[in-house]
Design a protein around this ligand. Structure first.
Ligand code: PRX
Length: 674
């Protein structure tokens, strides 16, 4: 079977040897050589990087049209480059154009280079990796596409995928693209309730899952989570089950043994012709309300943007091995483990394990064994590994590394320096990449830039081609001075941006386009130095970032409030040495609440309704919350308490009961010490 056994492995291992030689031969090429974009620059008549950057802003449409013609394979050429009305949240790229994303990611490479490795599936046990060539991945995708089609999945449907990173998960995503269905990948750490909510909102009739996942030596029964979820999802008519392990699994009448049925499908699957703006996928993420939003990404623009950023931010060259360790359940996995690398005909690592399994040398042992050239990870993991000391890094050969990437949250200077000097031996540029589920791909990063241009630790630095950041002041006006901070907006549409929120376009407009009319508002704050370098200062809304996982505080509050003993709660982010941010919950109990182990009751409720990562790090039981006379919780006061910055709590004149604040300050001291 494709998942648990090595049928693809034998064929692929000889390709792996050839690939290693190709990589070794190419290592001398300097980073700077391709940071400039010769293919488009020559075509556009621009001679240097600065000129190209300016061109991409002043003549956005010509820039993207040239790149789109060269990088994507079209069935029908587009007639219109860009049509937009930011105030209505309407953005359309490459209209009139038709293509198939799976053909762009597979067929063209399988045709020119069938034995090239597309995916290296780095399974949980080190040394048990499986390599999948472009020919094999195309065949797998075609069989899966034919199965979806035979089982009545068609254009306009949305398939929910609840799987850990593995080749069949990627083939399932691409099979959806092949037959014209959208996919909705749900991170396999989410609970049954969170999964059910996303299946219902996406109105999926088909779900794809595995019997069990294996991560960090731990086996988790994903199929039983899906069973529990689909009991509350009337739209679901079939669940495809893939066997990740040999453990048998109880099958219901809705279940389909996916690999078994794929065996009898044809290895050729006619791709559907899709319009540029047809939906490619939904991806749910948290906002500042309790309800997650399904961001809608479309075909051509998203693929073009991920392909271009993958190539130029990381300086990805033909023959390189790209190691993005993010899970496919997040946007980073979508854009830089799947679509960007495959659109570029690259070799992408799918990482199933954790940074500390079986020991804290895992990443670097993997870098040595797979000869990874670009490593893309999260600050939270870097901070964790830093604590274990340099030996775990130094004992492995990292000479293959050329670029180190960071994503998902701010990277503090200590972690940046360690990543640069210890992991990268001071010779690999560290690219701190800022972007979001909404932006589809990287928007601000140190590269591309003029050859050897400086990178300042902890700064995302420069806008990517076609990106025009604007900072807004408290009056909602663009900041004009140098060296200033403000709310980070993007002033021009770019092809990778989300087009809507599934089932709720008004929420899309209200969230991203209302606050600063004519601009896309990111929800983040930023500082711009006098040289024009950007540093992200954090969220301006009630969204927090726990180990790089985004979660709305309102989402956690909703769930905490469902505990029978809880009257009300307020959840905020608190700084955490490893996770970046942790979850701090202030909880008011009901008068008659039983006092037996309320902390575990709350934690169990959060992990069963959302996911483990959303569980509070601290729970402070309080008599009352600080509220204004109109009943609004004064979160800024709670934030100050948690940050131990109670010297100046600001204007408290609208507070209903000032005594509540002193109680809370004392309670915080009792819980966390002085
Ligand atoms: O606050 C920013 C933070 O992560 C948010 C986006 O989260 P999500 O949609 O889950 O996507 C994460 C992966 C792209 C942003 O609004 N963020 C992301 N990258 C950085 C960052 N904060 C600081 N520096 C970054 N490099």
């Amino acid at each position: 079977m494709w998942l648990s056994h090595g049928c693809v492995k034998a064929a692929a291992s000889c390709v792996g040897r050839r690939l290693s030689r190709a990589v070794a031969g190419r290592r001398k090429k300097s980073h700077a050589a391709s940071a400039f974009m010769p293919e488009a620059a020559g075509f556009l008549g621009v001679r240097d990087h600065g000129g190209l950057q300016e061109f991409s802003i002043s003549q956005t449409e010509s820039f993207w049209a040239a790149v789109a013609r060269r990088r994507l394979e079209w069935i029908t050429p587009f007639s219109d480059v860009l049509d937009y009305d930011m105030e209505r949240g309407k953005v359309r790229w490459f209209q009139g154009g038709q293509l198939n994303v799976s053909v762009n990611c597979l067929d063209r490479h399988a045709h020119s280079n069938p034995d090239k490795v597309a995916l290296i599936w780095e399974r949980d046990e080190p040394g048990s990796e499986v390599k999948v060539t472009y020919r094999e991945l195309l065949e797998m995708t075609c069989r899966a596409g034919n199965l979806l089609r035979r089982r009545s999945v068609k254009k306009g449907d949305c398939v929910t995928i609840y799987m850990p990173p593995c080749p069949l998960a990627v083939a399932s995503m691409l099979a959806c693209a092949r037959v014209g269905a959208a996919h909705n990948v749900v991170f396999a750490g989410f609970s049954a309730e969170a999964l059910a909510e996303r299946i219902r909102d996406a109105r999926s009739s088909t779900v794809i899952t595995v019997n069990e996942s294996v991560r960090g030596g731990k086996v988790t029964p994903l199929k039983s989570t899906v069973d529990a979820a689909v009991r509350n999802c009337p739209t679901v008519r079939q669940v495809f089950v893939v066997m990740r392990t040999d453990a048998p699994v109880a099958m219901t009448p809705k279940d389909v043994a996916m690999e078994e049925e794929m065996m009898s499908e044809d290895t050729v699957c006619e791709p559907v012709t899709m319009d540029s703006e047809d939906v490619l996928f939904l991806l749910y993420t948290s906002g500042s309300t309790g309800k997650p939003k399904g961001l809608v990404h479309t075909q051509a623009g998203y693929l073009l943007y991920t392909s271009l950023t993958h190539k130029y931010v990381f300086d990805y060259n033909d023959g390189d091995v790209f190691g993005c360790v993010a899970d496919i359940g997040w946007i980073t996995g979508h854009s830089y483990a799947v679509y960007g690398p495959l659109a570029n005909g690259g070799t992408s690592v799918l990482f199933e394990s954790t940074p500390v399994y079986p020991d804290p040398g895992r990443y670097w042992e993997m870098v040595e064994r797979l000869k990874i050239n670009q490593f893309y990870g999260a600050p939270t993991a870097i901070r964790l590994l830093l604590k274990y000391g340099d030996e775990w890094v130094r004992k492995y050969d990292r000479s293959s590394l050329k670029t180190l990437g960071s994503v998902g949250e701010p990277i503090n200077t200590e972690a940046w320096e360690w990543y640069h000097t210890v992991v990268g031996e001071g010779r690999c540029p560290v690219v701190d990449t800022w972007w979001q589920t909404e932006t589809g791909g990287i928007c601000i990063a140190p590269r591309p830039s003029e050859p050897n241009a400086e990178i300042i630790p902890g700064m995302a630095m420069r806008p990517f081609f076609g990106i025009k950041p604007t900072l807004m002041d408290a009056e909602g006006k663009p900041v004009t001075s140098d060296d200033a901070s403000g709310a980070l907006c993007l002033a021009k549409p770019w092809p990778g941006m989300a087009r809507s929120i599934h089932n709720d376009h008004q929420r899309f407009i209200d969230t991203y386009f209302k606050t600063y009319p004519g601009y896309f508002f990111t929800g983040d704050g930023a500082h711009c130095s006098k040289e024009g370098y950007y540093q992200i200062t954090g969220r301006l809304d009630d969204v927090i970032n726990v180990s790089g996982h985004r979660i709305g505080t309102a989402e956690i509050e909703d769930v905490v409030n469902q505990c029978s003993a809880v009257a009300e709660s307020a959840v905020i982010g608190c700084s955490h040495p490893i996770k970046g941010q942790g979850v701090y919950a202030f909880v008011v109990l009901k008068q008659d609440a039983q006092n037996d182990d309320l902390t575990s009751q709350i934690n169990n409720t959060v992990s069963s309704k959302i996911a483990k990562y959303a569980c509070p790090d601290h729970i402070q039981f309080v008599q009352r919350l600080p509220k204004t006379r109109s009943g609004k919780i004064m979160r800024r006061v709670l934030r100050k308490v948690v940050e131990r910055d109670v010297g100046d709590l600001g204007d408290l004149s609208t507070l209903d009961d000032p005594a509540a604040v002193q109680e809370i300050i004392q309670g915080h001291r009792d819980l966390c010490g002085n």
